[in-house]
Write a new protein. Structure first.
Length: 183
């Protein structure tokens, strides 16, 4: 009787590519204030050196080297980074060159990883809808229950969005009970 190979033996596992987002600057007048934003699955230092070797450019500095993966394992690309920078008002001067700072790119990377939008740069970025979310968290925790009870007793309709039936499909989901927006 012939021994059949298992599926794991037939389908040899391939090493998984780990994409990296990088940014480098060139110290000259033509590239002042610009960062080249790219992506590679290889070692960033080697990839950038290959790009610049043919032009004999040696006055460059790798400013950023970060993973292009989200927590759930999905990836984003350098195009996503540049498109988000452009949406935020930064200039795409040519091809992959952006007029921005490393902090701006880090903010965009955080946005792409989390799905949240921020105002400001990486270290001082603020969640755009903080007060709206905080109000909903307060409502969920019952902070407005006294007012709601009063509305029910008097028969008045509370000014609350879920009274509009068009919103029901959007509100029928799980709530995370967080103590505040920062959590």
């Amino acid at each position: 009787m012939m021994n059949r190979p298992s599926i794991d033996e037939i389908l040899a596992s391939r090493p998984e590519a780990r994409p990296r987002i990088y940014a480098y600057s060139i110290a000259d007048k033509a590239h002042a204030g610009l960062l080249k934003v790219g992506q590679t699955t290889r070692v960033v230092k080697k990839r950038v050196a290959e790009q610049l070797k043919t032009a004999n450019i040696k006055n460059y500095k790798i400013e950023l080297d970060e993973s292009a993966e989200r927590d759930d394992g999905t990836i984003f690309t350098d195009r996503d980074v540049r498109a988000t920078l452009c949406r935020k008002g930064f200039e795409n001067t040519a091809l992959e060159w952006m007029r921005c700072t490393v902090a701006d790119i880090k903010t965009v990377l955080t946005e792409l990883r989390t799905g949240l939008r921020f105002i400001g740069t990486h270290k001082v970025a603020k969640f755009r809808h903080k007060f709206d979310v905080q109000k909903w968290l307060d409502i969920i925790r019952g902070s407005y229950s006294a007012k709601t009870t009063e509305f029910l007793k008097t028969g008045t309709r509370p000014p609350f969005p879920y009274s509009d039936v068009r919103l029901l499909p959007y509100l029928q989901h799980s709530f995370w009970f967080l103590p505040n927006v920062a959590a």
